[in-house]
Design a protein around this ligand. Sequence first.
Ligand SMILES: [Zn+2]
Ligand SMILES: [Zn+2]
Length: 470
Amino acid sequence: MAPPFLISPYSADAAVESTIPVTKPEKVAKVKLINNVVEGFFDGSQTSEELLKEIHALAATKYDFLVTTRRDLHRNPELMYNERETSAYIQKALATMKIAFTTGWGVNTVPDRIPGEGGYGIVADIGTRKDPCVLLRADMDALPIFEETSNIDDFKSINPGVMHACGHDGHTAMLLGAASILKGMERSIKGTVRIIFQPAEEGGAGAKRMIEEGVLRDFPKPKHAFAMHVNPKVPSGIVASRPGTVKAAAERFEIKIKGVGGHAGYPHLTVNPIMTAASIVTNLQTLVSRNVSPLVSGRVCSVTKFSAGRAFNVIPESAVLRGTFRALTTDSLLDLKNNIEHIVNSTATMHGCQVGITYSADWYPPTKNDEQLYEEFSKEIGAMLSKSGEVLELDPSMGAEDFGFFAEAIPSSYFMIGSGSGIEPPTDFGLHHPCFALDESILPQGVELHLNLALRALHMLGETDSYSHA
Ligand SMILES: [Zn+2]
Ligand SMILES: [Zn+2]
């Protein structure tokens, strides 16, 4: 695979021309203040409260920048592997901050299945460009959803049928905010913070592509990766997570059933694929209830699309089912896959139909918080940033997240930041809902979480190598 191409940080062509106006970045003066504090922090962790306060103050100064950035991105959402203007916007912002970066990351290797060339990912190293190194990741793609939000006419999606309904606009804004503060304190960072803007999270395995392209291999190799996701079902300001598996492993399927079409009045001369498909749907529902011990939970198989036929008096030739199955472990997911194949094949055979199953190009592994890293480090940082003073421990989610590829490769932590304010306009619609709206007041909190995780992890890595088992 061709390596990403380097963009010179200060040249005039540093950024691709964007149609979106770029917000002026922060003033530099304020950031100088923190250099001493960071030095103090690295001299001994006793000053960590001080660092927390300083980062809090700095993040608060970014509020206008964060909101403008998030709204600019929200207005112009782009689907996975098509994040061209989003990428150009981020590149321009980084160039304005005088942050060197590379782009060309996240090339689409399955253009026959997912439209778009990809390659819009961005990576920037801030700090010494030497060990130790930690990675902060934001995702940047939107969803094929018609936006139905109210009261945000000035930044509602201008791309019909495409919407930032998963908060990735907010995630990108948060990481840009963190990047600008990190750049301001770059000389006092004891190591490297690799920030990555990752495309194609919504089913395109953009994280896997970037790993294949070397984002975890390139010197200095990141020892830990951190990411966060807004969560409208958790009250704003509450940081949530859990040790171990946070999000499920997931795979998608398409089942094509071929029978023999014909006149609806002469069913004996046909093999009806609709009957077969209906039986498959019913039988698949027994997967979780009958095939797995009642003591083993954490699996789901949902058929989400059933299409067949076009006329009331014609038995069609074929039927198509689509859906997803998820599990909390990789073994469980593969077990589920075997069971699905068995049920689909035997049901089709029973009905005299032919059948074929295809899967996605890349199933997602579970997103797992490394237990040691979480219990001994990340949980404490999350608690410091949580409005309640502690990390809300959630059940594992059956949603999937391609940060799982990073967490599979190196000890990592993944947090959720509550964004459900319960006030008007309501921000507690679920992720992927056409009315999803982000409580923008949490944007600085995301910046703070990024900065505290990165700086304190570097401090920890500078003192001990106990987490380097990757
Ligand atoms: Zn999503
Ligand atoms: Zn998301």
